[in-house]
Write a protein that binds this ligand. Structure first.
Ligand code: 4NP
Length: 150
């Protein structure tokens, strides 16, 4: 899961995906992680507003720490999911020549939804709630697809 700062959207997406897997497909053997394309907040916990919005839905993000996307991620992970189109463009330029990961927009997994998770950083509480709504939709779609793929 990748966004710009790795303090709002992608740690939320990481926590939500873990939560959906635990509830709907606990046997699914996947490793979930998140990172940012920028290094502004490396080492920081998720934004307090993201933590509060997630906790209201029973998801604890407090143990996560921001990191930047690493060249090794493109070999370690099968799927790298961007929160918005700019993240996807930045990932394409960070991608090393040798890369086995597929790059996609996370919201492609959400049926009948928008294609990006809008950046909530300069928004109000509702922007952070929307991140939870959207990432939950996409996480459910992704888990359904992973279960179908076996
Ligand atoms: P994120 O949100 O990419 O969802 O983690 C942002 C976090 C920090 C900044 C921008 C977006 N920033 O400009 O510092």
């Amino acid at each position: 899961m990748v966004c710009l700062g790795n303090i709002c959207r992608s740690p939320t997406a990481e926590g939500v995906l873990r939560h959906v897997i635990a509830g709907e497909a606990p046997g699914l053997n996947v490793e979930v992680d998140s990172a940012g394309t920028a290094d502004y907040h490396v080492g920081a916990p998720p934004d307090r507003r993201s933590q509060h919005a997630a906790l209201r839905r029973g998801i604890d993000l407090s143990g996560l720490r921001a990191r930047r996307v690493d060249p090794g991620d493109f070999l370690k992970f099968d799927l790298i999911l961007a929160m918005d189109r700019q993240n996807l463009r930045d990932l394409t330029s960070l991608r090393p020549a040798v890369s086995t990961a597929r790059l996609r927009l996370f919201m492609e997994y959400a049926v009948d939804s928008c294609v990006e998770v809008p950046d909530p950083y300069y928004g109000d509480v509702s922007a952070f709630e929307r991140v939870l709504d959207l990432t939950t939709l996409a996480a459910r779609g992704l888990v359904a697809e992973l279960r179908r793929a076996g």
